[in-house]
Write a protein that binds this ligand. Structure first.
Ligand code: DON
Length: 319
């Protein structure tokens, strides 16, 4: 049941060449000092800006890495992809399409204007209001069960048990009044059933999950491999839903810079303000970079450079 993009599998160069390309991108961008850590969540400003790791995992499970692949940062907005995937897997793609929608907002990720424009519709599950609404749609008897489902799902994607970075969670929970407002508005417009503040709290927890570069690459490679973790063999998403997930990543994964990114690389991708960036070359590889300094749109500077270079050298652009 594999669709067109996966037919491209097998076209990657040999292992030594891939490792050489990854090493070169690491060397080329290691000294880059552009951008700055996010600081609107106080704990993110204290993260070491020099952390820089690259991991590429092929759809058949070969792992190539350079730099710091073990240091954990908070997953932040990259989590939104996997919560959206969980909702699609549990409730079908129409659930996302009909609630927050699948269109780019052209606005920053925490924009209130973006909600007002279409009363909470015609946006997507990768900006904060759509993402909090997606979290509120995850199946579970109560908040604790919903949270357990989310954390277990992310862990199975990564192939190891993940947990919350408590200092990040506490810092964001103390300062997330804007997200609470976004959730209240989404509730007022009928896009969040139940308690919007509970949905915001679970969303804040999901954003605080600690991941290293290898975890993120494994999660991306699972998407590249049609929804099946290439190392554990566990299926997280039906292959038929992968094109829908990648479409939203392509449209909105780098927020209001998603078009620029797609123009340069052609890769569905997702950034997080913790400094992580993942990208997917369908049927070929998943790749992740952690480097906390961000540009103005909120995307890792070294992450974008390194992934663009590596994918360019390996023919990762599916178009
Ligand atoms: O809700 C927030 O603002 C953060 N927990 C996540 C935002 C984020 O990662 C946007 N990324 N570029």
């Amino acid at each position: 049941l594999l669709r067109t993009p996966f037919a491209l599998a097998g076209a990657l160069p040999e292992d030594a060449t891939i490792q050489g390309v990854v090493d070169r991108a690491y060397r080329d961008h290691k000294a880059l000092r552009d951008g700055a850590n996010a600081d609107y969540i106080p704990a993110l400003a204290r993260v070491n800006p020099d952390t820089f790791g690259i991991v590429l995992v092929t759809a058949d499970g070969r792992v190539f890495s350079a730099g710091d692949t073990d240091t954990e940062v908070s997953i932040q907005s990259i989590s939104k992809v996997f919560t959206m995937a969980l909702v699609i897997q549990q409730s079908g793609p129409d659930a996302i399409f009909n609630n927050m929608g699948v269109d780019a907002t052209g606005q920053p990720f925490n924009s209130i204007t973006a909600i007002e424009q279409y009363h909470g519709g015609e946006m997507n599950a990768l900006v904060n209001p759509g993402a909090i609404a997606a979290t509120s749609m995850v199946a579970g008897e109560d908040g604790a069960a919903v949270w357990a489902n989310i954390l277990d799902y992310y862990s199975t994607f990564a192939g190891r048990e993940l947990s919350v970075l408590d200092d990040i969670y506490r810092s964001e929970a103390a300062t997330n009044q804007r997200n609470q407002s976004l959730a209240m508005l989404m509730h007022a417009y009928g896009h969040i059933d139940g308690d919007p503040l509970e949905a915001t709290d679970i969303y804040t927890r999901q954003c605080s999950v600690g991941v290293n570069t290898r975890d993120l690459a494994m999660m991306a490679a699972t998407l590249a491999n049609g929804g099946r973790n290439p190392l554990t063999g566990k299926t997280l998403v039906d292959a038929g839903h992968i094109p829908e997930i990648l479409a939203v990543m392509a449209t909105a994964g780098l927020y209001d810079d998603a078009g620029k990114w797609l123009y340069r690389t052609g890769l569905p991708a997702k950034s997080g303000v913790g400094g992580g960036l993942i990208a997917v070359s369908p049927g070929k590889f998943g790749i992740a970079v952690i480097s906390p300094p961000l540009d103005k749109a909120g995307n890792s500077v070294r992450g974008q450079r390194a992934i663009a270079d590596i994918s360019g050298a390996l023919g990762g652009n599916p178009y």
